[in-house]
Design a protein around this ligand. Sequence first.
Ligand code: NCD
Length: 329
Amino acid sequence: MKRHLVSTADLTRDDALLILDTAEELAQLSGRAVKKLPTLRGRTVVNLFFEDSTRTKTSFEVAEKRLSADVINFSAKGSSVSKGESLKDTALTLQAMGADAVVIRHHASGAPARLAQSDWLHGSVINAGDGTHEHPTQALLDAFTMRRHLNAGLGKDLAGRRVTIVGDVLHSRVARSNVHLLTTLGARVTFVAPPTLLPIGIQNWPCEISYDLDSVLPKTDALMMLRVQRERMNAAFFPTEREYSRRYGMNGLRMAQLPEHAIVMHPGPMVRGMEITAEVADSPRCTVVEQVANGVSVRMAVLYLLLGGATLADAPAAAPRTDSVENVQ
Ligand code: NCD
């Protein structure tokens, strides 16, 4: 595993399973009265958010605090970024303050990769969503949730499971991170979307494509609904919301076409009435709230593994690893 987590394409099957298994162990903590571990005591983690976020930001913060890290929240609003400071100068400032890891969300695709490749920062870079590119910890928490529901326990991947991802694939970093990770874990991915909401070159992705949701539902083990990302759209991608919902929205009738064991997932935020009806969103088959809880365990596992865990708690920031996941560079 690399020192940074920028893309799920960088994760081998073993890396992904190590993260998921570690997350499963750490999840036991949330059932305890005292939910804290001393693992990252003395380590500084900066949450650098240039774009709005509810779930991801809070989830990272909870994960960092449960591992006893010193947490610094830095949002573009209210910082010198709004005065025109560049990413480089922001990064150099954080480095000067001794950041051991930077969790970054940025509206520009590629910003976390730029930080990871630079010598501006010596710590780990964790991508918390960059533009329409990737959102690796979301894909990891999705895989974690699927493993729990689809009978794939510790050490097991998702071989042969059929995952259907529906909606605005074009603008979705969640879809991109998921297709890499799910393929690495052996699952079969089908995208369902209007042709206008599929990216150019999707033919080269390891997935199938369908324009007919109803025909795919009976062959689905996990269904993932995506939000239509209006904030990233500069044109009309479909005629009306009503037509979109009719063809690509999840409702009670469609839920009945899924196999009995199948789950309905959503990364949030949901737009009820658009891609999902309240009936589906509130049904016991919908894992949206559970995904949020799982996000904390998965992010704890990522931080633990990238920052060296207990073994390196007292070592300097960029020290090489010496414990069981020593191939982190
Ligand atoms: C997603 C995101 O920000 O990429 N949400 C999330 O992180 N849970 C998806 C979205 O905004 O629709």
